[in-house]
Design a protein around this ligand. Structure first.
Ligand SMILES: Nc1nc2c(ncn2[C@@H]2O[C@H](COP(=O)(O)OP(=O)(O)OP(=O)(O)O)[C@@H](O)[C@H]2O)c(=O)[nH]1
Ligand SMILES: [Mg+2]
Length: 495
């Protein structure tokens, strides 16, 4: 199996591992409403964001090898376009757009991982589309072109929450390219917010590449240095970091040739020095499937860890509730016995000391009291207990180190919400059994994935891997407790 195929098969198996071993418990216990793999099941994605007219679409066309996206001065394209591969086009045909689909299909078809964007409404759906092309560049990945970031527009004007959409897509993407152009090395407002808040919450630093584009338009080499310096300064201000992120310097030769003419060539003597930057960028994009594997491996570990933490809190809640219930019933029974004894004694005091009468009165007193206790007192106390715990869910867990703190931070609201509307439907026994299964599977999956990843790292491009499918043995083992075949079928994914 070649390295590329090995990467693809491993990716599919990681998704399957999540679907088989994490999602059933996650859905059953309210950790997630959607299958956990919903966001990761599709092909690796590269998200391009940046200032308007920074050359996003031109650069994409450059990589794809044809005019697939519209380009133009002034804000040109106000749509999010997912560009993906069409394997049905016969080989040898020239590169073109072979099929287009509108936003509604993309948002509603479970084949695509975009259902989370449905909540953005009609306006967004109208600005979301898919284009299929036979460009070989898209063979193992999808690219998302986005509307340029602006200074003046407000979220209301766009008709959907632009930052939220960017955040959602960045979360799904294996790589995010943030483009600036030589004219606007100072960043526009939306870009500022995207980098400072949206991206930092949605993705990791190592998944972001900053690009200074349209460098052919600098008037000289020193002008380029000035622009580059300005961008570095701005980025370090935005990110609040002392170290400057790596910035690729590039331009689109086709756009350059179209616009510049002789004058442009004369002043751009520094360009040949930077040709390799676009190649580096091309390689980084093409490497996204492998990067995505790292992403998926940590996805399994992080989600597994969080799900375990979440379920532990539910177990703790159930154990406490059981103890509380037991104590209260015991208290009720003791009081009930006392009540019955009082009834029996009352008979005696009334001059009716027959044992049968007294024990009947005692028993009846006990039963009446217990009925009252269980329906009124016990209920009220349990409700109070529930409210008390829900108001302070932190008592349901120990956070002994930073990792636990982080995972608790991620799940505590979910635990609270779940407890607030919790209807049960599962027993403590079931919960404990599922928790131990998830714990074991997460550990096994993480280890197997790590081993498979080191195999990938050892393989060079195009090298043959000495493996048979499946790579992860965890998927051979029968499914964990929980839901039936229909459930699994409903989430089967295909490409
Ligand atoms: N000289 C030169 N012109 C470029 C380059 N890249 C893009 N352009 C031109 O700049 C204009 C904007 O390019 P687009 O690719 O449409 O930019 P965009 O970022 O997709 O713009 P929006 O979609 O509107 O946000 C077009 O007229 C391109 O021809 C470049 O590297 N060099
Ligand atoms: Mg564009």
């Amino acid at each position: 199996m070649y390295r590329e195929n090995y990467i693809n098969v491993l990716r599919e198996e990681i998704v399957e591992t999540v679907a088989n071993h994490l999602t059933p418990a996650a859905v059953k216990y309210g950790y997630s409403e959607m299958p956990l793999e919903a966001n990761i099941k599709w092909r690796p994605m590269v998200l391009l964001i940046g200032n308007y007219s920074s050359g996003k679409s031109s650069l994409i066309n450059e990589f794809l090898g044809a005019e697939i996206q519209d380009t133009g001065q002034a804000p040109t394209d106000d749509s999010f376009t997912v560009l993906t591969y069409d394997e049905t086009v016969p080989e040898g045909e020239k590169i073109h757009v072979s099929e287009e689909r509108d936003g509604k299909v993309l948002l509603n078809d479970p084949e695509y991982p975009f259902s989370t964007l449905r909540k953005q409404g009609q306006r967004f759906a109208a600005h979301f589309r898919l284009k299929k092309s036979n460009s070989p560049f898209l063979k193992d990945l999808a690219i998302i072109d986005t509307p340029g970031m602006l200074d003046s527009i407000t979220e209301r004007d766009r008709g959907y929450d632009y930052q939220e959409v960017i955040g959602d897509l960045a979360q799904k993407a294996g790589l995010v390219l943030v483009l600036f152009d030589a004219h606007k090395a100072g960043t526009v407002r939306e870009a500022y917010q995207s980098i400072r808040e949206t991206l930092s919450a949605a993705t990791f630093e190592d998944r972001i590449i900053f690009v200074l584009n349209r460098i052919d338009e600098c008037s000289s080499f020193s002008d380029l240095l000035r622009v580059y310096g300005t961008l570095c300064w701005n980025l370090s201000q935005i990110t609040g970091r002392k170290d400057i992120p790596m910035i690729r310097l590039t331009y689109s030769p086709h756009a350059f040739a179209k616009g510049g003419g002789v004058a442009a060539f004369r002043k751009a003597e520094y360009l040949p020095l930077l040709e390799n930057q676009r190649e580096d960028l091309r390689r980084a994009i093409q490497d996204t499937p492998r990067r995505q594997l790292d992403h998926l491996a940590s996805f399994v570990e992080i989600q597994g860890e969080r799900l375990v933490h979440y379920m532990e809190a539910l177990v703790m809640y159930r154990e406490r509730r059981r103890k509380f219930r037991f104590q209260k019933i015991l208290a009720g029974a003791v009081t009930g016995l006392f009540f019955g004894a009082m009834a029996a004694l009352a008979l005696m005091a009334l001059g009716m000391p027959e044992p049968i009468l007294m024990s009947t009165a005692g028993g009846a007193g006990f039963v009446v009291f217990m009925l009252f206790w269980m329906t009124v007192v016990q209920n009220r106390q349990e409700r109070r207990f529930h409210q008390r715990v829900t108001a302070d869910v932190d008592t349901l867990t120990d956070v002994e180190d930073q990792t636990r703190k982080d995972s608790w931070e991620a799940v505590r609201e979910r635990v609270r919400k779940h407890l607030e509307k919790e209807k049960g439907g599962y027993s403590l026994f079931e919960l404990r059994r599922d928790l131990s299964a998830v714990r074991k599977k997460t550990e096994q999956a993480s280890q197997e994935i790590r081993e498979a990843m080191s195999e990938v790292a050892a393989l060079a491009d195009g090298e043959d891997a000495d493996f048979d499918i499946p790579i992860l043995s965890i998927n051979e083992i029968s499914r964990p407790v929980g839901l039936g075949d229909e459930y699994y079928q409903s989430f089967r994914y295909n490409y």
